[in-house]
Design a protein around this ligand. Structure first.
Ligand SMILES: [Zn+2]
Ligand SMILES: [Zn+2]
Length: 67
C-alpha cells in the first residue's frame, strides 16, 4: 500500500484509506470500514430518507424551475 498524502479531513499524514465514493485520502479515524467510504460519505449514505429537502421559503405560485 503506497498511499501518500494527508488525511483530507484532519490533515494528518497517516492516511491508510481511499474513499470508494469520493476518492479522498483519509486516515483510519475518518474512514468507515463497514461501507468503505470516508466518514463524510458514510454519513451521506447512512440511511434512505435521512436527507430531507429543506422547506422552500418561497411562497406558492412562484415559478421555480430547477434542472
Ligand atoms: Zn483524518
Ligand atoms: Zn468520501
Amino acid at each position: 500500500m503506497s498511499v501518500t498524502g494527508l488525511c483530507e479531513v484532519c490533515q494528518q499524514p497517516d492516511v491508510d484509506h481511499t474513499c470508494d465514493r469520493c476518492g479522498r485520502l483519509v486516515c483510519d479515524r475518518h474512514f468507515d470500514d463497514e461501507v468503505g467510504f470516508c466518514v463524510e460519505c458514510s454519513a451521506d449514505v447512512a440511511g434512505p430518507g435521512d436527507r430531507q429537502p429543506t422547506p422552500d421559503d418561497a411562497p406558492d405560485g412562484v415559478d421555480t424551475y430547477r434542472f
